[in-house]
Design a protein around this ligand. Structure first.
Ligand code: FES
Length: 405
């Protein structure tokens, strides 16, 4: 920690007074604080005195203390605590040279030597009163190290050569350039940008700059069209599935296999009219005007003559997956739609030649397991269709080739 003391007596001035302009300014500053709190203006007053004189002398401290009703010791405590107050006389150009690590690594040591050479030891003023210097801690411009603050300006990217020239220009009243001294304008990389240098990255035309509203409208329109197309496709698929299910229920095989109550009821003998004399043979509940569940179930049983001819079932050879990873398009078999195709695949049927080899018993086994489509395989003669398809023949329609009735 540096020890901050007042300058020796020989350099202390006998008195100090604010200029008329500064007097006006300090009156305004003191007025900012409530009665009894004027001491709060101590830093602004010390700062203004330093601006006027270049440094804070004992006379300054005593004058400020008197103006604010403070003990001189309290003002001295403030002046010695804050390093921004110069307690020694400074030159017309006061050089504060940063000596902290980043600047030291970038050559601040060499700059110190320049100061010693051109100005002399720290805290001394040149004979012409123009220059003085002091090594200070980081001034917050490390990205442009090494640097120095001269009065209120920063000079960055210094080298011994340009720093020496700078001091010479200042001393002789020549204009100087503040900021970086090596050509860069800020803290960008030396020699220009090193990354993101591809100009195409900033070519707005590549992303339709200036036309973004149109682009957004088009994107929204495309999204709406895609959603509408998807909804239409789903509705179409649902309609097709319902039509297939209806068709399956209407096939003769399905009707034959179904113990339809209506069919059975129609087939059973008509009950006697209620007016006829009652006897054991026609004394049915219906004849009595009563119908119970047992009678309906009985009536619903298909007559022996109406029962479909039972075909022995035999499980065909099934696959766990399509050969070569790709099955045949089973929907080319007339009557097989997406749902039936999926059911067949899940069952293990993927290829025409599988179906072509089925026996009637194997076809019956499969048919019995096509829930909701029973009778379809028999009605549409899948075996015959698959034999043709297995040869490489293809129907004109995607629906397949309708078998002859
Ligand atoms: S280290 Fe010198 S400005 Fe930060």
């Amino acid at each position: 920690m540096s020890v901050r003391r007042l300058a020796p007596d020989p350099v202390q001035p006998a008195s100090f007074a604010f200029t008329a302009a500064n007097e006006n300014w300090i009156v305004q500053q003191i007025a900012k604080y409530p009665e009894g709190r004027q001491a709060s203006a101590v830093i602004p007053l010390l700062w203004k005195a330093q601006e006027q004189e270049g440094w804070v002398s004992r006379a300054v401290i005593e004058t400020v203390a008197k103006r604010l009703g403070m003990a001189p010791m309290r003002v001295l405590e403030v002046a010695t605590f804050y390093t921004m107050f110069n307690l020694q006389p400074v030159g017309e150009f006061f050089v504060q040279l940063c000596g902290t690590t980043p600047c030291a690594l970038r050559g601040a040591e060499a700059l110190k030597k320049v100061c010693e050479d051109v100005i002399g030891p720290q805290s001394t003023v040149t004979a012409d009163g123009k220059l003085s210097w002091l090594e200070v801690e980081c001034l917050g411009a490390c990205c442009n190290a090494p640097m120095a603050q001269i009065n209120v300006d920063y000079y960055e990217d210094l080298t011994p050569a340009n720093f020496r020239q700078l001091l010479d220009d200042l001393r002789n009243g020549r204009p100087t350039k503040t900021g970086p001294q090596n050509g860069r304008t800020g803290s960008e990389p030396e020699g220009g940008p090193q990354t993101l240098t591809d100009k195409a990255l900033y070519d707005g035309s590549m992303i339709g700059a200036g036309d973004w509203q149109k682009r957004i409208v088009e994107q929204r329109k495309a999204a709406a069209e895609a959603a509408a197309a998807k909804a239409a496709a789903e509705a179409e698929a649902k309609k097709a599935a319902e039509a297939e299910a209806k068709k399956a229920e209407a096939t003769p095989a399905a009707v034959a296999a179904k113990p339809a109550t209506e069919t059975a009821a129609a087939a059973r003998p008509q009950p006697s009219a209620p007016a006829q004399p009652s006897n054991a043979a026609n004394d049915t509940p219906a004849a009595k005007g009563k119908v119970d569940k047992k009678d309906v179930a009985e009536a619903a049983k298909p007559a022996a003559a109406d029962k479909p001819t039972a075909v022995a079932e035999s499980k065909p050879e099934l696959l766990t997956a399509a050969r070569g990873g790709k099955g045949d398009d089973l929907e080319l078999i007339w009557g097989v739609g997406p749902k039936l195709g999926k059911m067949l695949n899940e069952m293990g049927v993927w290829h025409y030649d599988q179906i072509a080899k089925w026996t009637p018993a194997e076809l019956a086994w499969v048919d019995a397991r096509l829930t909701g489509f029973k009778g379809r395989a028999l009605r549409d003669d899948w075996i015959a269709q698959s034999k043709k398809l297995a040869t490489g023949w293809r129907p004109e329609s995607k629906l397949g080739d309708k078998p002859a009735e």
